[in-house]
Design a protein. Structure first.
Lengths: 405, 104
């Protein structure tokens, strides 16, 4: 096991590492969130997405099955599906009209036989060899995951038992998408990936959490790691708050003189018997699943270069939400997304790190020592960076000698 | 028939509204709404897809005041400022009163 408590800053801006990540991590033995089954209710519905830089289209076929394919025409490589989502009887490339069945088989090549017997494809061309490349897919309780590697473990083994349990907990009945957010982050994708795993910052950077007692380290909660630390969850139980410890003189995030003129923002309903009010689950490398009070979302991180990434949010409720609960979810939407009272700060803090590490010496490194150097679940304290270390352990395992100087 | 007086009043309100924001007099912005006024900023994607999720979803003047408090005191964000460019105003009669719209 490598020491994941010191992480060189060069991991966060080196273009050579960015290239290696595409192959070793995004095309490597990892599972990636693709979409929700609820986004594909009908045959022919499709969603386009990416696994790292690789474009992917997820389709519900004529047989009702969900499949993912690389969204790249087998002729010249153009995107086949361009819209974020839609409905199609066949998947047709705009460039030369090559057309595919919903299961990816190539069905038509315009002028395949030429014109009046002249031109066209040679006899050796076989359409059966030119279907859209399949992406291995598993649907877990309505959440669609894909992997580009044949070597990836089965999804449930990859996730680990606690991660499966958390997905089952939230996806225990049909969900309905309430909307999307997209935001460009001016930082390396890994700064966001580790931010979501970082309990330490949550109630210090996010004054809204601490001031209004939505989340504090002095609440009961815990840090859960599965799969050698790759997959993690940070959770807290709002009703278990112990007062004290948060000192307004030392922490910007505690503002005793601030109240809300519209306190209905904080209205919420306990939906789960375990009393957990905030649960942030991270699935290595680029997926975050969130419950913040009554807001539920999948977040997907797409790298756009060594110092730029994009975050896609799919926010949902349950199909059987009553009117009041639906209104609570939408109102609490003010907490999340690019303009959310909490989440806006995660949008900027990664950029402050990216700018801060410019010009750093080769041996300068982030210090991730809160709670020691272990990578293991912790149930008695969240003043601990074990979940962040877990991410870096997964990163180092897959990157291997690509990280050598 | 265009109600020029109404058109002008809405235009003046809009001008005052925009200047309040552009001049960073944000504390004067919530009083431009009625006590139960709603303020929503959504995305093109959610709007076109008839999806209810918004970026900002304020119900009542109090929630608008809180957005100002967040901006002034609570939140950490990259500093920014505003300069609105607004298209001509379109005013349409509605069942109760009228609605108006302009591109910003």
């Amino acid at each position: 096991m490598t020491d994941a408590s010191r992480i060189p800053y060069r991991y966060l801006h080196d273009p050579a590492l960015y290239r290696a990540e595409q192959q070793r991590i995004f095309q490597g033995p990892t599972w990636h969130y693709l979409c929700l089954e609820a986004e594909l209710p009908q045959k022919g519905n499709f969603v386009t997405t990416q696994i790292g830089e690789t474009p992917v289209v997820v389709v519900r076929g004529d047989d009702g099955n969900i499949r993912a394919m690389i969204n790249r025409c087998r002729h010249k490589g153009a995107l086949v599906c361009v819209e974020p989502r839609g409905q199609a009887a066949t998947l047709r490339c705009l460039y030369h009209g090559w057309s595919y069945h919903l299961d990816g088989r190539l069905r038509l090549v315009p002028f395949e036989k030429g014109i009046e017997g002249k031109g066209g494809m040679p006899a050796c061309f076989d359409k059966a060899d030119h279907g859209l490349l399949p992406v291995r897919t598993e649907v877990f309780h309505g959440v669609v995951f894909g992997t580009l590697s044949a070597d990836t473990e089965s999804l449930e083994v990859y996730l680990g038992s606690d991660m499966c349990q958390q997905l089952r907990r939230v996806f225990h009945k049909p969900v309905q998408v309430l909307g999307y957010y997209h935001q460009v982050l001016h930082n390396n994708w890994k700064l966001y990936a580790e931010n979501a795993r970082d309990s330490y910052h949550a109630t210090i950077l996010h004054a809204f959490y601490a001031t209004f007692k939505l989340n504090r380290l002095t609440m009961g909660g815990g840090l859960v790691v599965n799969h050698d630390g790759w997959n993690t969850m940070n959770y807290s139980i709002g009703a278990s708050l112990q007062e004290g410890q948060y000192d307004a003189r030392e922490l910007r995030s505690v503002m005793p003189d601030i109240g809300l003129a519209g306190p209905q923002l904080l209205d919420h309903r306990l939906e789960y018997a375990d009393g957990i009010t905030v649960a942030i689950q991270s699935i290595f490398p680029a997926c975050v699943h969130q419950q913040i009070y009554n807001t539920l979302a999948m977040r997907q991180l797409v790298p756009l270069g060594p110092d730029k990434s994009e975050l896609h949010w799919t926010v949902f409720g349950y199909a059987d939400d009553d009117t009041e609960l639906r209104a609570l979810r939408l109102r609490q939407g003010n907490l999340i997304g690019p303009a959310g009272y909490v989440s806006m700060e995660d949008g900027v803090i990664g950029e402050y790190v990216q700018r801060g590490i410019g010009g750093a010496a080769a041996d300068e490194a982030a210090v991730l020592l809160m709670g020691g150097t272990d990578i293991a679940s912790v149930t008695d304290s969240r003043a601990n960076e074990t979940t962040v270390r877990g991410f870096w352990q997964g990163y180092r395992t897959l990157m291997g000698d690509a990280l050598d100087d | 028939m265009i109600d020029w007086q109404l058109q002008l009043r809405i235009q003046q309100l809009q001008t005052r509204y925009v200047q309040t924001i552009d001049d960073d007099r944000l504390e004067e912005w919530p009083p431009l709404f009625t006590a139960d006024g709603r303020y929503t900023i959504t995305t093109r994607e959610n709007h076109r897809g008839k999806l209810p999720l918004a970026l900002y979803s304020c119900e009542g003047r109090g929630m608008l005041q809180d957005r100002v408090t967040g901006y002034r005191r609570i939140n950490v964000y990259e500093p920014h400022c505003y300069r609105h460019q607004i298209s001509a105003l379109e005013v349409e009669p509605a069942a109760a009163g009228s609605t108006s719209s302009a591109l910003i």
